[in-house]
Design a protein around this ligand. Structure first.
Ligand code: ADP
Ligand code: MG
Length: 245
């Protein structure tokens, strides 16, 4: 424990919460500790990631252990892989149950970047990753008549909300196991209630009792912290670098 605290201090990882998973130091530990698929480890190496960044050291084990998290770390610190690696691991083989993970990004551009990184990290694993390009096509692809042959959705909130608010809903999120909100500080800024309502709508559509949530952001926003304390289950908050920096 003493050693773990020292390790966190050295990497400027600050935590709040109970029974926080031990951080890891080297990607190879993910196979010994969690039996991570060797293809995924290979893809991490092929991306040129030699060692995990501090946010990855702490957020990956938490998500591997299915904890709900709020993770704050500076721009450029590798937050995308911090949530994509555990997502890809948790989903395992492709299935025909419809989306099992949803990543919400504030802009189309960011969603595209996340989509590309997700494809790279899941190469050879076969998971089907989608964005909502066009709402009328999305109805055909993901609606009630579709094959359910897809696993991960990367989207902006507006497009997803549009599909969810059709009656009956044009997209089924009942088998979603992970709901990730990227740049949550930005999304929460949009209007006094705006994104909170959207997030509640999205979460309600994720009817599985298994669903877990993770929020990532570059700044430590008081609003987001309060929301997480109130709404997440036994949340762990991770901050890298100076608080409020
Ligand atoms: P953030 O979302 O925190 O702003 P990104 O996820 O966009 O950061 O990552 C920033 C850059 O760092 C990207 O080019 C990404 O490929 C790279 N990166 C991520 N993780 C690592 C790692 N462990 N080692 C080296 N580079 C990494
Ligand atoms: Mg990012």
């Amino acid at each position: 424990q003493e050693q773990t605290n020292h390790f966190r201090k050295v990497h400027r990882i600050y935590i709040q919460g109970s029974d926080v998973s031990k951080p890891f130091e080297d990607f190879s530990e993910l196979s010994s500790r969690y039996g991570m698929n060797s293809t995924l480890i290979q893809n991490i190496n092929a991306s040129g990631y030699v060692a995990p960044t501090p946010i990855q050291m702490q957020a990956i084990p938490l998500m591997m252990e299915r904890r709900e998290v709020l993770a704050c770390a500076p721009t450029g610190s590798g937050k995308t892989a911090a949530f994509l690696i555990p997502l890809i691991h948790c989903l395992g083989e492709p299935q025909k149950k419809g989306f099992r993970a949803v990543v919400v990004s504030p802009t189309r551009e960011l969603a595209q970047q996340t989509y590309r990184e997700c494809q790279k990290l899941s190469e050879g694993i076969g998971l089907r990753i989608h964005m909502i390009e066009n709402v009328s096509k999305a109805v055909k692809k993901f609606g009630p008549q579709s094959s359910g042959n897809f696993d991960i959705l990367v989207t902006t909130p507006n497009r997803l909300i549009y599909l969810l608010e059709q009656d009956p809903s044009d997209i089924n999120l009942k088998n979603v196991e992970w709901l990730v909100v990227d740049e949550s500080d930005k999304l929460f800024e949009d209007g006094p209630k705006g994104f909170r309502d959207q997030l509640a709508t999205i979460y309600r559509a994720c009817q599985s009792t298994q669903v877990r949530r993770a929020l990532f952001s570059a700044t430590f926003a008081y609003d987001v912290e309060q929301w997480c304390k109130l709404n997440l289950d036994n949340v762990v908050m991770v901050t890298v670098g100076a608080k409020n920096a």
